[in-house]
Ligand binder design. Sequence first.
Ligand code: UD1
Ligand code: CA
Length: 464
Amino acid sequence: MQELGVILLAAGQGTRMKSALPKVLHPLAGRPLFLHALATAQRLAPSRVAIVIGHGAESVRQTYGADDVAWAIQETQLGTGHAVLCAKAPFADFSGDLLILSGDVPLIREETLRAMVERHRRRKTALTLLTASLERPAGYGRVIRGAAGRVTGIVEEKDASDAQRQIREVNAGVYVASSAFLFAALSTVKNDNQQGEYYLPDIVAVGLAQGKLIESVQVADAREMLGVNTREDLAFMEKNLRERINRKWMLAGVTLKDPDTTYIDDSVTIGKDTVIGPNTQLRGKTIIGERCRIDGTALLTDVEIEDDVELKFSVVLTGSRIGAGAIIGPFAQLRPGTELGRKVHIGNFVEAKAAHIGDGTKANHLAYLGDVTIGRDSNIGAGTITCNYDGFQKYKTTIGDRVQVGSDTTLIAPIALGDDVYVATASTVRQDVPAGALVFNPREEKIREGWTEQKRKQMKGKSK
Ligand code: UD1
Ligand code: CA
């Protein structure tokens, strides 16, 4: 079995993006552009992967994070041909086939890549390139075919004659090449063109001159080979990819009430019979269980939700875990480090941060629960505030099981309330409270009868 290697081109600045950020780092469906094609290529289980970097090299490398690929540095961006040549070293002792991908062509499908590799091997070609027929081919290299319909070359838009620009078949920028042929051919490519660049597709002419077999595969659905050169392309692609992701989840048994306003990142997973309402964004490593209900207007980032959870209208959840059967919202915020047990209720205008809340505990209205651990089956009354910050440091609050915290309570951390504690309404609690105790702030209550009428008379007299 032939070995397969991958070269991903990601050194260009992406001038047409007009951005300080390297093009391949612009996010698409929540993931940097270049990681899309890379993830797809990795599904072909290549034995070696090299990424060519140059512009913003360090940030591209850091974004990738792992060290299971070879990094090839292209100091100056002299063209795609030069870029591939920069990846020669990692493939010095490699004699298999190389799949070459552009970091800015993110929607390419695994099936297409497999079909290319398979055909390349079956037909024993030196080079197999991917083409597509586009309504609007502007910006792409055009495929030139000879009398017998064979590919004879690629001409870049900037070098093309008016007649050549009429050609609608374009080069997708995805290639399979035999490594020995590839690097030898590239070393002979010149830069005598409009852009003064070393063009990778020029190896077509080199191969033909050597009598090599060069063939092409055409994609059925041209959308998968579209490249991102401008922010407009990016927005268009985002829409395309979102549609693809949404379709995938609907086919997997998830109801999207309004797919047009549902934004699901590539990395998210959702269980079946979950129903998702309009204006929902599921980002990052969010995992949603089965039979959950998300009313809508929800922003979830890196959130793990077990089965049968209900998210009522308008919630912002980040870096949290939610146990089965919990009910959150409407209008609630869970901030990073929050972990809710089973059947926890978090109601309207409740904010939780690094809150560990046990099974069956409820905080149904107006509360701030920060840096707190609460046991099970406790009830947190409306207007409860954990005062966790004194302007210098954060402090922890611990609340036991079956605790009743009355409305309008301030808990001055660090503080611990034992199991079965009862906090009277309108208490400010500064000391730890032992299990089973009542805590209250004695204060004198006064009532003055007839006071309102008297006051009104007095004020009326003044306004005359
Ligand atoms: C390229 C092809 C064109 C094809 C199109 C498909 C060439 C000369 N042209 O054009 O035929 O239709 O892709 O999308 O190959 N890169 C580097 N180093 C460089 C130059 C580019 O790493 O010196 C990388 C870029 O980061 C990008 C990829 O190569 O990921 C393609 O470069 P780009 O400048 O976008 O090429 P296109 O003009 O789109
Ligand atoms: Ca491009």
